[in-house]
Design a protein around this ligand. Structure first.
Ligand SMILES: [Fe+2]
Ligand SMILES: [Fe+2]
Length: 261
């Protein structure tokens, strides 16, 4: 797909982009719900979408989408018509070309935000190279010097960690994990999310399969896939990432439930 979403064309034509709907009905951290309401012949002006979205018609008929490049897309959106858009589209407008009121709910999914290279609303450094206005307020980066963090022992002797990042809502986490030589996970088990490990040093082995991780090895165990028991043939350090909760239930080798997180 072309990477030109029409910002330059809009600027040439002196077009200021408008909202993607007429009013916000409901909004929370995850979604924003808009009402779109077009009388017959009425138009919602040029706009672009920054999130994937779903449109559910509460009534209507033929509509016409016209992109900033002049491409026309005919749609028919009677009551109950539902469409999910998960791809960026160029700047476009929408016209009700039926003889009936078009009313819909457009639900934006805010977890994913689309950006556009030539979008003038992108934050840019100021002319003198300093940070854009509002930049400090929007500063959300985290920098951790892992050498400054202590190794925290887990409730399995010889296993310790430095937790680097956790999402308490989803259970996802990124941590440094250290197994002392001779230590391992004693049982076969599966995880409740995808597990990724990058071995920084040492030698670590999945006993039944012989799968062995050394410095530089990247390992992925998909959610639900059984592996282990394991053994560290040498003291081993991993960067370990889970994209959700670590275990379906607290495994027997941890006495502290926090260690199963
Ligand atoms: Fe749109
Ligand atoms: Fe595991």
């Amino acid at each position: 797909m072309s990477e030109d979403f029409g910002f330059a064309r809009a600027a040439e034509r002196g077009i200021t982009l408008g909202q993607i709907g007429h009013r916000i009905v409901e909004e929370n951290d995850l979604t924003r719900v808009w009402e779109v309401r077009l009388e017959p012949g009425e138009e919602l002006g040029f706009h672009i979408h920054y999130h994937p979205y779903c449109v559910i018609s509460l009534g209507g008929g033929a509509n016409r989408i016209e992109t900033i490049f002049g491409e026309e897309i005919a749609t028919d959106e009677p009551l109950g018509h539902t469409v999910f858009i998960d791809q960026k589209r160029p700047i476009h407008k929408l016209k009700n070309v039926s003889d009936t009121l078009y009313l819909s709910r457009l639900i934006e999914f805010k977890a994913q935000r689309w950006s556009y290279v030539d979008d003038p609303s992108n934050a840019r450094p100021q002319a003198d190279g300093s940070a854009p206005e509002g930049y400090a307020a929007a500063f959300r980066e985290i920098l951790t010097q892992t050498a400054d963090l202590p190794w925290e022992p887990k409730s399995l002797d010889g296993l310790s960690q430095k937790m680097l990042w956790r999402n308490e809502e989803t259970g996802a986490s990124i941590a440094l994990i250290r197994f002392e030589k001779g230590v391992g996970i004693p049982n076969a088990h599966a995880h409740a999310s995808n597990q990724f490990m990058f071995c920084l040093s040492g030698r670590y082995r999945y006993i039944p399969t012989g799968t062995t991780l050394v410095a530089g090895s990247f390992y992925c165990n998909p959610v639900g896939s059984v592996h282990g028991p394991t053994i560290a043939d040498e003291t081993t350090v991993f960067l370990e990432i889970y994209d959700g909760p670590h275990y379906p239930v607290q495994p027997p080798w941890y006495t502290d439930p926090k260690d199963a997180h």
